[in-house]
Design a protein. Structure first.
Length: 132
């Protein structure tokens, strides 16, 4: 008897959600890659509805379920089913970009000094090549 993709997905979800087996072990038992296994896992329903939009809540993985962090697929609210924590509040802090520095303006002395150094370097290099 051959197991089809729908039946395999049901087995994957049952093994994932109803056990504490590691993902590696489940993947090994079913002869799947971890990526394929994760691709078959469907979110588990959570109790309650989203306080913002009224849609149903679910847990994306076992860690979220264990921590009680349900998610609304419709509006991306994340938190306990009774909390009102927008997912943007859980995002890592993004630092402000560094201020843009104005380009350096060369003073007359700096420009003259650079010009003299360039001429001296040119003269030394030309003498070096003439001797050879």
């Amino acid at each position: 008897m051959t197991v089809g993709p729908t039946e395999l997905a049901k087995v994957v979800n049952r093994m994932y959600w109803d056990s504490d087996e590691s993902v590696n072990r489940i993947a090994d038992q079913l002869d799947l890659s971890k990526g394929a296994l994760y691709g078959m896992i469907e979110p588990a329903p959570a109790d309650g509805t989203c306080p913002d939009c009224g849609s149903s809540l679910s847990f994306g993985n076992r860690t979220a379920r264990d921590r009680g962090l349900a998610e609304c697929a419709a509006c991306a609210l994340v938190g306990e089913p009774t909390d009102r924590i927008p997912s943007t509040a859980l995002a890592p802090h993004i630092p402000e970009p560094a201020p843009i520095r104005e380009p350096r303006v060369w003073s007359g002395r700096a420009l003259a000094g650079s010009l003299v150094l360039g001429v001296v370097a040119g003269v030394l290099i030309s003498r070096l090549f003439r001797r050879r």
